[in-house]
Every structure is written in C-alpha cells, then in structure tokens.
Design a protein around this ligand. Sequence first.
Ligand code: GNR
Ligand code: NI
Length: 170
Amino acid sequence: MALRQILEFPDLRLRKVAKPVADVDDTIRRLIDDMFETMYEAQGIGLAATQIDVHLRVVVIDLQNEINEPLIMINPEFEVLTQEIDEMQEGCLSVPGIYEVVKRPEHIRVRALNRVGNTFELEAYGLLAVCIQHECDHLNGKLFVDHLSNLKRSRIRSKLTKQKRAEAAI
Ligand code: GNR
Ligand code: NI
C-alpha cells in the first residue's frame, strides 16, 4: 500500500471528469487500498480517486462511527428520493481548513459496484448522503466550494493560494 498526495483547490486537475471503471481488477483493488490509507492518514471520512489525480470513478467512504462500515463505490450513480434539503457544514481534504454550509437533497439511493465488481444499492440519509454526493461531485470535477457564492469561492481561493505561497517560502 502507498500514501498518495492529495490535490488541493484551485489545482485544475480537480476539474477533470473521471472515467467509468471498465473492469474491477487487481489494479483497481490496489488503488482502493491506497485510497483508504491516504484517507485515514488525512483523517477524512471520504475520498474520490480524482483527489489523488487518478481520473477513474472510484470512491471510498468511512464515516468512522458504529453504524456505517467502510464503503467502496465504483461507478456510483445516485437518484434523489425526496424534495427535502439538508444543510450541513462540509469540509474537504482538497480544500484544507475551510468549512462551509452546503445544501443538498437529504435522501438518496445510490447504485455502484463493490470491490469484486458486483452491483449493490444503498439508501442514504444524513451525513452518509452528504458524503456520497460530495464524492460524486469530485468524480464530475466539482468541489463543495462550487455550491457557494462566487465571492466566497474567490476568497477561499486567494486564502489557499497565499497559504501555499507562504509554505513554499519556508
Ligand atoms: O473528511 C471529509 N469530511 C466531510 C465533512 C462533511 C461533508 C463532507 C465531507 S467529505 C471530507 C473528505 C473529502 O474531501 N472527501 O472528498
Ligand atoms: Ni472532498
């Protein structure tokens, strides 16, 4: 297993649209192992392959509570099952140190392939529903900051760019 570097906003590679996985083989399973290792090391609850510069539709999630076990989703697709909208404060390993409230549908059904390539379905509410939508956004080149106003997003961009410059100067 290997730790991978997590891309950070405003890196344009986060804007690539990921391709569907054609074949769930050992290469994909190794990718998944690396994604879990990278996610746990960074103390995140989810990670999309896009964030480690692999543009395939692979997501890992571990809410790290007693209810939900670690989840692998290959080629995930979700449908919205309600008109109810949840507001939750989100963060992202690719937008470090920034936490903002995002509105999303609160109840979804997701269909995906598991680690051996079998299809499964899952209904999700609450944080799990938020996390799945957040990760599916990544696969489509979208970030949670895209749900905010242009003003907020540009402030976040300059804050992170300045931080990067300061780190590089040390
Ligand atoms: O670690 C994460 N926490 C989180 C909190 C609220 C909503 C979404 C998330 S996902 C994020 C990890 C990440 O960046 N996944 O892409
Ligand atoms: Ni994220």
